[in-house]
Ligand binder design. Structure first.
Ligand SMILES: Cc1cc2nc3c(=O)[nH]c(=O)nc-3n(C[C@H](O)[C@H](O)[C@H](O)COP(=O)(O)OP(=O)(O)OC[C@H]3O[C@@H](n4cnc5c(N)ncnc54)[C@H](O)[C@@H]3O)c2cc1C
Length: 457
């Protein structure tokens, strides 16, 4: 229970601020990236350090208070914040330490990916992550991590070497391949179910300047482009990642005026191999068909990583649906094209991220992320600034998902899901679900950490 007396005790024990409704800064801290999610916790702890996290976890456990953890606050389902309970905000536990000799990067639990890219770029290194730089390292990593380097370097979890984690009983442990190996297995895909990760240690790769950017084609060619893309990408060198998209050309620079607001399809390429080979790698892509817009070229890796930031500022309405695909059959493609040609707003989109290559070289039983045989992770995102378009976004995303699901290989990436109940979570973890439940029982038997895609103990 939260009482005035125990609030005063908690406040006195914390080095960071403890905010209540009405306090300056309370509304800013409770805000999430997805404005569709509007949560009002009773308390927000702006944890200054790991000790503050331990204090909050012990408080929530002792007082049986709902506990949430905010990393970057990007989770579309709003899982970075709770109503009524105690919200841990990790925004101050933010740092990036690069060990160039070992090629490792230590990152604080509340850091965002743009900060990691900025720090590692100076050393000519990068950690594989997502496609928007404002996303939190915490949520993205614990869910899996799919992005521009996936085919070359694997998922983000495939590059995770260890975590420092505060458990439900307040203990701080380091989990890696040797110590608490069961926990280390579970956090690689199992989300925030097992504790508060205060520090991540990643393996970094030599990446400096990519050859990257979108190539767009008229919608009339969408079926042909998809058919070509599905076979090309699976044979392409793994230094090349390229996600397929249906999109509406943004109405502003650097896009040419004649294409503004035009629905199109295309591939957003990122070649992270030796630059001198880039033109050769892109030769068959250009030979397939002349793109209506080809914006590919050499770009510093952090620029590629933040290419979409301006399109997607915080505070918009977001609704997501997701799936995995092993193939894009001739029967499936018309369903993709039909709904992809009917985007409800100009920021809405559908992406197919290739996760063959390096991610598929890891066994499904090696980490909690089981979908190692899938070739694409699909995300259907309805986005708009206006809450009045909410229903329209939801209907479009659900219709798209319903039409393409019959061709999917089952489950969905948890970081691309809304709050959809237990069955989709079970489907997502498949054969690994029972093992996750066992580990959850061991480390969090009372389900203290349940504001997440929850694995019930
Ligand atoms: C615009 C946008 C683009 C995206 N692009 C990609 C992409 O390219 N690739 C990709 O893989 N995903 C992508 N995502 C999805 C993203 O991975 C998830 O939304 C993820 O949950 C965000 O992490 P966060 O820390 O910002 O979120 P939060 O909302 O802060 O947290 C999400 C969940 O993770 C838990 N959590 C966060 N930090 C910690 C921690 N340190 N310890 C324990 N639990 C923690 C929270 O409790 C919560 O359950 C994108 C999301 C958005 C909004």
């Amino acid at each position: 229970m939260i009482t005035d007396a125990n609030i005063a005790t908690l406040k006195g024990a914390l080095r960071g601020a403890l905010l209540q409704p009405g306090d300056p800064g309370y509304d800013d801290r409770r805000k999430l990236f997805n404005a569709m999610m509007d949560r009002h916790p009773r308390l927000i702890a702006a944890c200054a350090d790991v000790a503050d996290v331990v204090t909050c976890v012990k408080f929530a456990a002792a007082e049986k208070v709902l506990l949430s953890i905010k990393g970057g606050g990007h989770n579309a389902a709003g899982l970075g914040m709770c109503d009524d309970g105690l919200a841990i905000d990790l925004a101050h536990i933010r740092y990036v330490h690069v060990d160039a000799a070992r090629r490792t990067v230590r990152v604080g639990g509340g850091t965002t990916w743009g900060e990691v890219d900025h720090a590692t770029h100076a050393y000519g290194l990068a950690v594989p992550s997502g496609i928007i730089s404002t996303t939190g390292v915490g949520g993205l990593t614990l869910g899996g991590g799919v992005g521009h380097l996936s085919r070359r370097c694997g998922l983000t979890i495939d590059n995770l070497l260890s975590v420092d984690i505060v458990l439900a009983d307040g203990r701080i442990v380091t989990a890696d391949a040797k110590s608490h190996a069961d926990l280390f297995w579970a956090v690689r895909g199992g989300g925030g179910n097992f504790g508060v990760v205060t520090s991540f240690l990643f393996k970094a790769h030599e990446v400096h300047t990519d050859y990257a950017g979108p190539m767009l084609y008229p919608l009339e060619d969408a079926a042909e482009v998809m058919r070509w893309y599905r076979s090309f990408i699976q044979k392409a060198p793994t230094d090349l990642t390229g996600f397929f998209a249906f999109l509406i050309v943004p109405p502003g620079p650097p896009f040419p005026v004649h294409l503004h607001n035009k629905p199109m399809c295309g591939v957003v390429w990122c070649y992270a191999g030796p630059l001198k080979k880039a033109e050769k790698v892109f030769k068959p892509i250009r030979a397939f068909k002349k793109a209506a817009l080809d914006m590919t070229g050499p770009l510093p890796h952090p620029v590629v990583q933040s290419m979409f930031d301006a399109l997607y500022p915080p505070g918009q309405q977001w609704y997501w649906k997701a799936g995995f695909f092993r193939e894009l059959s001739d029967e499936a493609i018309p369903a993709f094209v039909k709904h992809g040609s009917n985007l409800p707003t100009w920021q809405s989109t559908m992406h197919l991220y290739p996760i063959d290559g390096a991610p598929s070289r890891v066994k499904p039983s090696a980490t909690a992320w089981v979908h190692r045989e899938a070739v694409w992770a699909q995300v259907i995102v309805g986005v708009d600034p206006s809450p009045s378009n909410r229903e329209k976004l939801m209907k479009w995303a659900r219709d798209y998902w319903t039409a393409t699901q019959p061709f999917s290989s089952g489950g969905a990436y948890i970081n691309f899901m809304m709050d959809e109940g237990v069955d989709p979570i079970k489907a997502t973890y498949g054969k690994n679900y029972a093992r996750l439940v066992k580990i959850k029982r061991k480390y969090d038997p009372t389900n203290l950490f349940r504001v997440n895609q929850n694995i019930k103990p």
